[in-house]
Design a protein around this ligand. Sequence first.
Ligand code: HEM
Length: 143
Amino acid sequence: MTEAYLWIKAAHLIAVIFWMAGLLYLPRLFVYHSVAKPGGELEAKMEEAEVKLLRTIMNPAMIAAFLLGLILLGYNMPPPLWLLIKVALAFTLIGYHGFLSKTRKQFLESGRPRSEKFFRRINEVPAFFTIAIVLLAIVKPGF
Ligand code: HEM
């Protein structure tokens, strides 16, 4: 492993941590948003918090994690199976990010896109993917 590779991997992990924090926190804001009175003070606060979280933390962190991950992938050609599965699962998280981003816009347009309960339950999705991705990346199973 070259030293450059280790620096890129460290930066990848830092970006992943910030991205994951947002992926786990944004649905929690949606929970509060779902029960806020339409047009009220809490709703305005939630709208502001959601857009800030997405624009200042989640979007840049996702782009950095993705681009740094691609550079790491370039070093690992051809990729072993565990790495291919890890990257596929990471792409699913990008899709989930897109879903959350779309949901934020739906809150602005049509009020309440989903129930409070839905947003409480949905946090299991990134939790499951994170566990699977980290196990693959660290254990590197040889199947
Ligand atoms: C966005 C797309 C992503 C791509 C293309 C990508 C790609 C990569 C690659 C190629 C490596 C190097 C593997 C190695 O040196 O053994 C790596 C390392 C790692 N990635 Fe990602 N990754 C992505 C997202 C994620 C996500 C979302 C997580 C966690 C939830 C994650 C967690 C890790 C970990 C823990 C390592 C370090 C493995 C080690 O210690 O060797 N990655 N990633």
